[in-house]
Design a protein. Structure first.
Lengths: 278, 282
């Protein structure tokens, strides 16, 4: 009996030790970013592994007041809000039509959405760039907003159809039999029920857009139109010997995501793993 | 009824514009060379040129090397999920921390990794301080190691995804099977490997396909910030090759690689749809 108890204890301790090591390695880069961002460049160059003994806001101040970073954040914010708002609305309507309207070809529409979810954006990039050049909107935020919106829609449709299928069909039919039109049913019954699901979808899409690099890099090439991610990539090349400065930019780009994550972790988990669920 | 068509029309239109049009156009572009204003028909020359280009082969090979991250990530992810599944104290907190990297911007994290891994970066400094200087390497500048560093970053960021997916799958299993095995005297390891893991096999297969698609076609961000494909093309991948060709004005070359990448992704997407159907049916 005593040996099994000891076995259990050993297993418990080794399980916790294993998880602690994993968690420390998950968190270390964040610690590195945050602790380096508040060091002076001189201190960092002397010893990159050191502890921030004399914390300073110098790098953060430089990046916020003497670099175009606030502009890039604003750009990222505008791009994220507009593309996520449009794609969510468009996908809600389409998913509603596919689940409750069952138009001809809705099955093909849904399986196409699933397939398009995993098309690598790099394969679409070149024709899209040419299109944007011809439309005269390269280096304008509209170019990435339009493209992101389109790219987001397949997942959004997939996600919302999955949710709508859990709403009992009778609920919709009852309302329709009382003479409510399709938009009234959508607005009065379906939308109020979809709060949590829509929010999950919005979070996932917002993270995707905020983090996107390749398209932003190609479509937005002048200093004032960059998004935060493509701007950061520029910083990395421009300030090769000033790590605290570059990392304070990285810190600022990470903060909104971390705050959002801490306030609604379950939405992230549910939304980001939706492509796998049943 | 007309309304469903009206409601679906914007989504169909947007998908046709963002996917349909460029997919058709990129295939056409791959048969032309020169600028977009005055394209010249060259047939399959772009493809021949690409296949003969050592830089392309190196990029393709690197995508294949990155496939090694898939078993590492899934194995480690499964191990973590199984431990969490033991209703360990603080399990939810552990899971929240492990999942965090997956949501962070790869650009910011990649920059941090580049500072940790560079020649006189944090890792080598720490190794030298610990008198392990022999282990210090030029993790990003050594052409044999650079793609491995990219792989490490991929695993670091994507591990949490596997953990969360596996944890959810394990949680959804009926508890009776595990209970019966326990009563029959199955040990901890037996229970995990003989009873639990086989039951979530469909999910493991689906995640494998998804991760293969990821390392073949969605790793641009990691490579761009960590090594820019260097030194030379030693850590380049197909996406980066497309981007470089396109930036140099070799549009036809870029398009032909995009088509090849699409072909590979297409096969994998077909596979994923099939596996997904199996996973849902099972």
């Amino acid at each position: 009996m005593r040996t099994t108890a000891r076995h259990g204890l050993v297993r418990l301790l080794s399980q916790h030790a294993f998880l602690l090591i994993i968690c420390l390695s998950a968190l270390y880069p964040l610690w590195f970013i945050a602790s380096t961002a508040i060091r002076s460049n001189a201190a960092y160059q002397l010893d990159p592994t050191g502890f921030p003994r004399h914390p300073t806001l110098g790098a953060l101040r430089t990046i916020l007041f003497h670099q175009p970073l606030p502009r890039w954040m604003w750009n990222s914010f505008l791009v994220t809000v507009s593309s996520v708002a449009v794609s969510t609305f468009v996908a809600l309507l389409a998913a509603y039509a596919a689940v409750f309207g069952r138009f001809r070809g809705h099955r093909i529409f849904l399986s196409t959405s699933v397939a398009l979810m995993i098309v690598p954006p790099v394969t679409l990039l070149i024709p899209m760039f040419v299109f944007m050049v011809n439309a005269g909107i390269v280096n304008h935020l509209q170019s990435v907003i339009i493209f992101y919106t389109g790219l987001l829609i397949p997942f959004a449709v997939f996600f919302m159809t999955g949710f709508f299928r859990t709403i009992p069909q009778e609920l919709i039919e009852a309302a329709a039999s009382e003479g409510a039109g399709p938009f009234t049913v959508f607005r009065r019954i379906v939308l109020p029920l979809s709060g949590a699901a829509s929010f999950t979808l919005i979070v996932v899409q917002a993270i995707w857009v905020w983090n996107e690099l390749l398209i932003a890099l190609v479509f937005l090439q002048n200093e004032s139109s960059r998004t935060l991610m493509s701007g950061l990539a520029q910083f990395q090349g421009r300030f090769v010997t000033n790590e605290p400065l570059v990392l304070s930019g990285a810190l600022i780009s990470i903060l909104p995501v971390v705050v959002l994550y801490l306030s609604g972790q379950r939405f992230f988990v549910r939304g980001l793993t939706a492509g796998i669920g049943k | 009824m007309l309304w469903p068509y009206l409601y679906a029309a914007p989504a169909v239109g947007a998908m046709a514009f963002a996917f349909g049009f460029p997919l058709v156009q990129v295939v056409r572009d791959s048969f032309y060379a020169g600028s977009f204003d005055s394209p010249i028909w060259v047939g399959l020359d772009n493809y021949r040129g690409v296949l003969a280009d050592p830089a392309f082969r190196e990029s393709l090979l690197n995508n294949m090397k990155l496939l090694l991250t898939v078993p590492v990530m899934l194995g480690l992810g499964l191990a973590i999920a199984l431990v969490l599944n033991d209703r360990i104290r603080g399990g939810r907190h552990y899971q929240a921390i492990v999942f965090l990297p997956y949501v962070l911007p790869a650009t910011a994290i990649g920059i941090a990794f580049s500072f940790v891994l560079q020649e006189n970066g944090v890792l080598n400094t720490a190794l030298r301080k610990a008198h392990l200087g022999v282990l210090a390497q030029d993790w990003l500048g050594n052409s044999h190691l650079a793609i491995g560093s990219v792989g490490a970053l991929v695993v670091w960021q994507q591990l949490g995804f596997a953990v969360v997916v596996f944890t959810a799958a394990l949680l959804a299993l009926p508890p009776e099977t595990a209970e019966a095995a326990r009563i029959d005297g199955a040990g901890w390891w037996q229970l995990q490997l003989r009873v639990l893991v086989p039951q979530i096999r469909p999910i493991i297969e689906l995640l494998t396909v998804i991760q293969v698609i990821t390392v073949i076609s969605w790793v641009f961000n990691y490579v761009y910030v960590l090594t820019s494909g260097g030194p030379g093309y030693s850590s380049s991948v197909m996406e980066l090759y497309i981007w470089r060709s396109f930036s140099n004005g070799s549009n036809g070359t870029a398009a032909s690689v995009a088509v090849m990448l699409l072909g590979m992704a297409g096969v994998l997407i077909g596979l994923s749809l099939w596996v997904r159907r199996q996973a849902i049916a099972g």
